[in-house]
Design a protein around this ligand. Structure first.
Ligand SMILES: Nc1ncnc2c1ncn2[C@@H]1O[C@H](COP(=O)(O)OP(=O)(O)OP(=O)(O)O)[C@@H](O)[C@H]1O
Ligand SMILES: [Mg+2]
Length: 420
């Protein structure tokens, strides 16, 4: 399928004015089509602003300089404005659900710039297998909750990441299975679907959560740059990208987590493996562009503090908060603040604050031991940064920064402090 910017009147205008490039418009029209498939009308301007491609003011200015694009209901003749729509799609009338007719093509000027063919992204190799409609090409990772594959979605015509969840965690209960319940499975689906509504430039976009052939999977944005783990400093070795770059990325992560908290979603499994990195040269200036993955998934790995009946711990306990470890207290946003503190500690020192020979020892350390001061790993560390990280790691949630935004704000202020 080839996109043509004449299908998107606002997009075409922004391109003409040099405010948007064809690849950015292509990506945004993709997003608009995904919304459309879900029965929602997403104005292009909202998508462009959420992706930080164009400011809201530029959108308002562009719309102000355009005349309306009349879409007429074939049934009741009501008129709607199509400036922000993708005119290659079919829209329905708000009043009578009749089909909206786009303006005659000659009313529109010819396209100024063709958009890239989306079909061109399709891998030329044969897929390994099919999951639902998705053509699975290769596994890119696996974790406590399932396996992640790079896959082609023939419906939206793009590469996606497909996370196929472990059947014992996310599948409906099997016969005689006492550890899974319908309620838990439904709660998982509810949480995962809530996460599909998150729209933030630093959150991996989840397109859909579905089931096919007894498999539950999430289809999400594919992020090609690996995860934050590979950018962390080694023990006693400075990070390749430098401290300021890492701290800026960390503040972006805090902003994304805060955005989700404001919408009632706690991540519960923040760690470097769940912070993906968009590759450079992707039309952005940021040297390290992070995207938080797996919002709304950790319930599956949590229930009962991730302890199985045999005492094994699911996933990695190194990033759990004390209240998650003991499993007896309500988890709130401050649990994520603690996990962000662990990520910050690791980002500053290359070491993890809580370690042990085995999972139970780590859990014990998280609940009972004070971490070594970060300066022990990195003697030249600014005491102000060390104090920030130690505060986030307070055992008592009340003593931590109250929100992820507070923590991110302090880090940002440190980054942009005047040099002495
Ligand atoms: N949307 C994505 N795009 C590209 N790669 C991804 C995507 N999501 C995950 N990955 C890769 O797959 C790896 C495994 O992810 P997965 O979420 O299964 O495990 P995890 O994050 O290590 O642990 P957990 O199960 O606790 O989340 C990630 O570390 C990342 O490198
Ligand atoms: Mg993950």
């Amino acid at each position: 399928m080839t996109l043509d910017s004449s299908c998107s009147p606002l997009g075409r205008r922004l391109i003409e004015h040099g405010l948007l490039n064809a690849a950015q418009l292509g990506e945004s029209v993709h997003a608009q089509r995904v919304f459309h498939k879900r029965g929602r009308v997403a104005p292009l301007g909202e998508i462009l602003v959420a992706k930080k491609y164009v400011s809201r003011k530029a959108i308002d200015d562009a719309l102000g300089g355009m005349s309306e694009v009349p879409m007429t209901c074939a049934a009741c003749a009501a008129k709607f404005d199509g400036r922000q729509l993708d005119l290659s799609l079919t829209y329905r009338c708000k009043n009578c659900k009749g089909k909206l007719q786009p303006p005659e093509p000659e009313e529109e000027a010819p396209a100024t710039q063709p958009l890239p063919s989306l079909e061109a992204d399709r891998p030329t190799t044969k897929p390994e297998t099919l999951v639902g409609r998705f053509e699975v090409h290769q596994q890119v990772g696996h974790g406590a909750t399932g396996r992640v594959y790079r896959a082609w979605d023939p419906k939206s015509q793009r590469m996606v990441a497909l996370k196929v969840l472990r059947p014992d965690l996310a599948g409906p209960p099997g016969p005689g299975d006492s550890t899974r319940t319908d309620e838990r499975f439904l709660r998982f689906l509810r949480e995962a679907r809530t996460a599909t509504q998150l729209r933030h430039p630093h959150i991996v976009q989840v397109y859909e959560v579905d089931e096919a052939e007894d498999q539950t999977f999430l289809c999400m944005e594919f992020v090609a740059g690996g995860n934050l783990g590979r950018y962390l400093p080694g023990p006693g070795k400075a990070a390749e990208r430098g401290l300021l770059v890492l701290l800026r990325a960390f503040a972006d992560v805090c902003g994304a987590v805060d955005y989700a908290h404001e919408r009632g979603i706690i991540h519960r499994d923040l760690k470097p493996a769940n912070i993906l990195i968009r590759p450079e040269g992707d039309g952005r200036d940021d040297p390290l562009f992070p995207l938080v993955a797996d919002f709304g998934l950790a319930h599956t790995a949590e229930a009962g503090a991730r302890l199985t009946r045999t005492g094994q711990v699911l996933g990695t306990p190194e990033y759990m908060s004390p209240e998650q470890c003991d499993g007896s207290r309500e988890i709130d946003r401050r649990s994520d603040v603690f996990a962000l503190g662990i990520v910050l500690y690791e980002l500053l020192t290359g070491a993890r604050p809580f370690t042990g020979e085995h999972a139970m020892e780590v859990l014990h350390a998280v609940m009972n031991r004070e971490p070594a001061p970060p300066s022990r790993h990195r003697p030249d560390l600014d005491p102000e940064l060390a104090a920030m990280v130690m505060q986030a790691l307070a055992k008592d949630p009340k003593r931590r920064p109250a929100t992820a935004r507070d923590l991110g704000g302090r880090v940002s202020r440190w980054v942009s402090r005047p040099a002495v």
